[in-house]
Design a protein around this ligand. Structure first.
Ligand code: SAM
Length: 220
């Protein structure tokens, strides 16, 4: 396994008021967020992103780093599991126009409102369920910010499925390194079900036969 730092910079560029979120009717907000509908993406910030619009270039540096690190080219085939609105896949395809991209997400609103140029490559699917893909069908399977939303009993089988269908894999999840980061994560998270520290995530990944790349984001 190897540790990557592709998303960290983007993650830390956002300001977060942890205590305000914790005390702003949070249980209600969690229930709304977990539907992954309009409110989660484009509603009030207390329900999720607070307006997740396409910003040209925002994902370009990450797309470039991903292409370089995983040596992707126009013959590659890549899956984004929990792709949301598919902005990263869009940016990858801008750079490599003939790459085969596939994305899925549980959110009907996310897929419906994905970038129009790549919508045809995306579909609705719950990552807890086995996929229709063949063994090692993809050169790379990525899953960014999705797996911590699963419950522990589904986590290991889902990681095994990612391992089964991808020659290479890259997983990014929310994590913590100390009590402060655990507290901040517990304040901030609306949809997270798996609150684990770095060493616990590494244990889970290893126990699932994962040998790919991983990244943790923290709430400092
Ligand atoms: C923090 S967002 C990240 C979206 C995207 N990967 C990105 O980086 O912009 C978490 C995503 O996980 C998706 N998700 C949550 N549970 C899921 C599930 N069971 N199956 C598939 N997608 C799921 C949500 O709909 C959402 O798009």
């Amino acid at each position: 396994m190897n540790k990557l730092k592709l998303i960290n910079k983007l993650h830390h560029s956002t300001k977060r008021n942890y205590l305000k979120r914790m005390t702003d009717n949070k249980i209600h907000c969690m229930k709304i967020a977990k539907k992954y509908e309009f409110d989660y993406w484009d509603g009030n910030r207390k329900y999720g992103y607070g307006g997740y619009k396409f910003i040209p270039g925002r994902w370009t540096p990450i797309a470039k780093k991903l292409i370089k690190h995983f040596k992707l080219n126009n013959n590659s085939k890549i899956l984004d599991a929990g792709c949301g609105k598919g902005y990263l896949l869009y940016e990858i395809k801008q750079i490599l126009p003939n790459i085969k991209i596939v994305g899925f997400d549980i959110s009907r609103y996310g897929i419906k409102n994905s970038h129009p140029k790549i919508k045809k490559y995306l579909f609705n699917h719950d990552i807890n369920q086995k996929t229709k893909f063949k063994n090692k069908e993809f050169d790379l399977v990525i899953s960014l910010g999705c797996l911590h939303n699963l419950k522990i009993h589904n986590l290991i089988k889902t990681i095994k499925e990612i391992v089964r269908i991808g020659k290479k894999n890259y997983i990014m999840v929310e994590s913590y390194r100390n009590d402060k980061e655990l507290f901040n994560l517990q304040c901030w998270a609306l949809t997270c079900q798996s609150f684990f520290s770095d060493d616990q995530w590494i244990w889970i990944l290893k126990s699932s036969g994962f040998k790919g790349s991983y990244e943790f984001i923290h709430f400092k």
